[in-house]
Design a protein around this ligand. Structure first.
Ligand SMILES: Cc1ncc(COP(=O)(O)O)c(C=O)c1O
Length: 376
């Protein structure tokens, strides 16, 4: 099979895809390989290096017994497990093939070609791809403080706006919009605009003024919160996410969702994972401790490098001098078998994003950066 990737214009005489797709480039996954290293330290995709709960692995294995059967299209067991853990009504939960699929379904369900969607700047890149493919007009609201900004979003909304999408914590920064600002944003949005709060990193946040969006969903008919099992729960490979939505939105999702969009194994593993609240707390505490430790080390030892505060399982380093750059630091890390994620065009300047790994992996990052900053 050949995969066609880069041509922007279809060959004359062959089937032409929808024109809005021609501006898109295939999604670039966090790099996973580096020459000369069999097992590089991959810190490019915000995966959990602690892995899933042992209960989730056991449930995944056990589910192999029923591989011959279709999954439960009603997603009953997983929706009940999520509902029990987060004290939410199970009938307002819908699961999907990663939160990515749920974002795509929401975009398909609420946007027609020519409608406007406002994205807060540091949102999930694939959601922008889905909106472009839908023929929507994308408007980007800036994040001057490196977090979603209610005023910027509201200023971008006009009569054509059908949806507002923000990630909180955002990516690649790891910062969130404070609860009172999120409520104000919602209050000042027209009621026929759907507010989608992508809370993929919510499970990591330890902060009293954080609101993942669930309270707004409970209080309105125009807010949806999306969540994932790919991050804190360590199930990125299983492809499973969920959303909490008002009944009018659930009704739409059930009309267009394919019945078996979540596999038996993924749902079994996710149900066990979300019920293992002790393990989740362990991962959350570990991540918060490591972030603090890394921040302290960078601030104490690395002149000209800024550690930008993060509440997610990754952090951004900004390189503020000309001799030592984000690209130079990325190259130095890769030479030692460590793969960070350079921040591309559209992200904050001069920054490198690095996933929180195991303690020894984080120490290895700090040691390589220390050498790099002392060089040349
Ligand atoms: C902000 C944000 N939202 C959503 C996702 C999608 O996650 P998944 O489709 O694995 O649930 C990601 C993945 O990296 C993300 O960073």
């Amino acid at each position: 099979m050949t995969v066609q990737t880069s041509s922007n214009e279809p060959d004359p005489g062959s089937p032409a895809p929808n024109r809005e797709l021609l501006s898109l480039a295939p999604f670039r996954q966090g790099k996973a390989a580096v020459a000369g290293f069999d097992k590089p330290i991959k810190l490019s995709a915000n995966e959990s290096h602690l892995g899933p709960s042992p209960a989730a692995i056991a449930a995944f294995r056990e589910s192999a017994q029923s591989l011959a059967n279709y999954p439960d299209g009603a997603q009953t067991q997983l929706r009940s497990a999520i509902a029990a853990t987060f004290a939410l009504p199970a009938e307002n939960i819908v699961c999907g093939n990663g939160s990515d699929e749920l974002l795509q379904l929401l975009i398909r369900g609420y946007l027609r070609p020519g409608d406007q969607i406002v994205f807060s700047r540091y949102s999930f890149a694939m959601a922008m791809v889905h909106a472009t493919a839908q023929g929507a007009t994308l408007v980007i609201a800036d994040e001057p403080q490196l977090r979603p900004d209610a005023n910027e979003i509201l200023a971008a909304v006009n009569k054509k706006t059908r949806m507002v999408l923000l990630a909180s914590p955002n990516n690649p920064v790891g910062q969130y919009i404070a609860a009172d600002e999120l409520w104000r944003l919602h209050r000042e949005l027209p009621p026929d605009v759907l507010l989608v709060v992508d809370s993929a990193y919510a499970d990591y946040v330890v902060a009293p003024d954080y609101e993942c969006g669930a309270a707004l969903v409970a209080a309105s008919s125009n807010t949806v919160m999306t969540r994932t099992f790919s991050k804190l729960y360590g199930l990125a490979g299983a492809r499973i996410g969920w959303c909490y939505a008002p009944s009018n939105v659930v009704d739409m999702l059930q009309r267009i969702r394919t019945p078996f969009n979540a596999s038996t194994e993924a749902m079994a593993a996710a149900a066990a994972a979300v019920l293992d609240v002790q393990y989740s707390a362990h991962v959350r505490d570990y991540n918060a401790r490591e972030l603090q430790r890394i921040a302290a080390a960078v601030r104490a030892n690395f002149a000209g490098v800024e550690f930008i505060p993060s509440f997610a399982n990754f952090y951004l380093l900004r390189f503020d001098n000309d001799r030592h750059t984000a690209a130079g630091a990325a190259a130095a890390l890769e030479q030692r078998g460590i793969i960070p994620r350079p921040v591309g065009a559209g992200g904050p300047d001069r920054c490198l994003r690095i996933t929180v790994g195991l303690t020894a992996e984080n120490d290895a990052v700090l040691a390589v950066l220390s050498d790099y900053l002392r060089s040349g």
